[in-house]
Design a protein around this ligand. Sequence first.
Ligand SMILES: N[C@@H](CCC(=O)N[C@@H](CS)C(=O)NCC(=O)O)C(=O)O
Length: 222
Amino acid sequence: MSEGSLVIGTRRYSSWSLRGWLAVRLAGLDVEEVVIPLSNDGSTSAIKTISPSGKVPYLEHRGVAVWESIAICEYCADHVPSLWPASPRPRAFARSIAAEMHAGFRALRAAMPMNVGRNARPLANGTTDDIDADIARIDAIWTEARLDFGQDGAFLFGPQFTLADVMFAPIVSRFLSYDVMPSPESVAYMKAVRAHPLVDQWYQDALAEPKEWRNARFEDIP
Ligand SMILES: N[C@@H](CCC(=O)N[C@@H](CS)C(=O)NCC(=O)O)C(=O)O
């Protein structure tokens, strides 16, 4: 018998669900997964009856309710502290960039919604200054983390896939989908994230979802 449940949205599209799911799986929490197909209008009634915020991911574990992906990350780190880097300086950097991701990059997120079925196809109408600014900032974050903290491994803080990597994994997916090519350092990082076994498992599960769950809001981006 599992110790609770993790409610997520359509894997193909639900970038915040990917974050929550990665954190929960990295922490090894024994929860069953409940997938709710996202509706086309961003207001899925089945989610509203379950999650206090009306959004996914939503975690219930040993009677504790947690929502918001960043809070789920912190809950997982309460159980497995090594999900954050150990030393104060990299840990502060990791927490800062994870929070920056949670709060920001709205232009990029709106223009390039996650769609793991889209492969290296640029936006037909090109990017705007706001989107380019988001891409440049993400490239700078990844490069700084990799050069300052990550040199002994493939991820932002080295060999371990931390909660900072968790928060940026859907951005990697977007860059791959919309053929965004940042610096060579960041491109190497993107390849490492895509090859991570849990990220790959998410892709396989997403690509196996029923076609009826496909959603014009995400599929019809030219
Ligand atoms: N700030 C929230 C964002 C969660 C969010 O917006 N989730 C989307 C799916 S990716 C959602 O539940 N949307 C409601 C819907 O599509 O009905 C978090 O970090 O978890």
